[in-house]
Design a protein around this ligand. Structure first.
Ligand code: NAD
Length: 243
């Protein structure tokens, strides 16, 4: 414990899934954590000391206000993202814009708002939750999801390259299929939910889904000084999905 002592970490999409697990692990490692989400009803029940606040990463004004009120952070975990199903033929203009705005522009806006504080401190770790469904692997029926997660990986490397000499690191985490509430929603949206769950598990050569805590462990590592020599990477944690 205390691997993140003295650090302040801001997490987006912290109400459930990977974001929530990361908040809990960050706090357990001694970080001061600001847990944010648009779902305030679920943004509770955290360990003592975790600060919560509403933050919609699709809303530039809210981001600017949050950055002004929170000040400098050491760790920014950009976890907010949305999954649209379908191929290019099913992707509407609205889906396209929504996915780009949430999955890519959200990280762009958050980094633009919080990087100046990191630069003032002379240190910072930015972690973007991408996916193996991205530039790493073409996954069927994940057209705009994979497209925007690939963009997020490019964004990660660009930021890493621009600020490598300023104490700033920026890494992407690329999970395979992880057991989270939104995965359950995607599964239950199928007429045969049991078959859908089996199909998701079948994508994972390890024969099981990932756990949010396993992804959070990587986020702790990338947030901590243990990973001081690591920037611009695509950290794959996928149960062998891309093996
Ligand atoms: P989830 O999808 O179950 O929860 C997402 C959270 O994001 C919710 O609490 C929701 O309220 C919040 N959110 C939605 N829109 C928001 C916005 N505009 N601003 C702030 N918060 C918003 O959680 P998850 O499945 O752990 O996914 C988290 C991230 O991990 C996403 O970027 C997702 O693409 C990525 N990911 C998930 C998996 C998986 O299998 N679950 C795999 C690879 C990558």
């Amino acid at each position: 414990s205390n691997r993140l002592a003295g650090k302040t970490a801001l997490v987006t999409a912290a109400a459930q899934g990977i974001g929530r697990a990361s908040v809990e692990k960050f706090a357990a490692e001694g970080a001061k954590v600001i847990a944010t989400d648009i779902n305030l009803a679920k943004l509770e029940g955290f360990p003592a000391g975790v600060v919560t606040r509403r933050l919609d990463v699709m809303n530039a004004d809210e981001i600017a206000r949050a950055a002004a009120e929170i000040g400098a952070v050491d760790v920014l975990l950009n976890c907010a993202g949305v999954v649209h199903g379908g191929s290019v033929l099913e992707c509407s203009e609205e889906d396209f814009d929504f996915a780009v705005t949430l999955n890519m522009r959200g990280a762009y806006r958050m980094i633009k708002a919080f990087l100046p504080g990191m630069l003032q401190k002379g240190q910072g770790s930015i972690i973007n939750i991408a996916s193996v469904a991205s530039s790493i692997k073409g996954v069927p029926n994940r057209f705009i999801y994979g497209t925007t997660k690939a963009g997020l990986i490019g964004l990660t490397k660009a930021v890493a390259a621009d600020f490598i000499g300023k104490g700033i690191r920026c890494n992407a985490v690329c999970p395979g299929t992880v057991q989270t509430p939104s995965l359950d929603e995607r599964i239950n949206a199928n007429p045969d939910a049991e078959a859908a769950r089996k199909a998701f598990i079948a994508r994972q050569p390890m024969g099981r889904l990932g756990r949010p805590e396993e992804i959070a462990d990587i986020c702790v590592y990338l947030a901590s000084d243990e990973s001081a020599f690591t920037t611009g990477t695509e950290f794959i944690i996928d149960g062998g999905m891309t093996l």
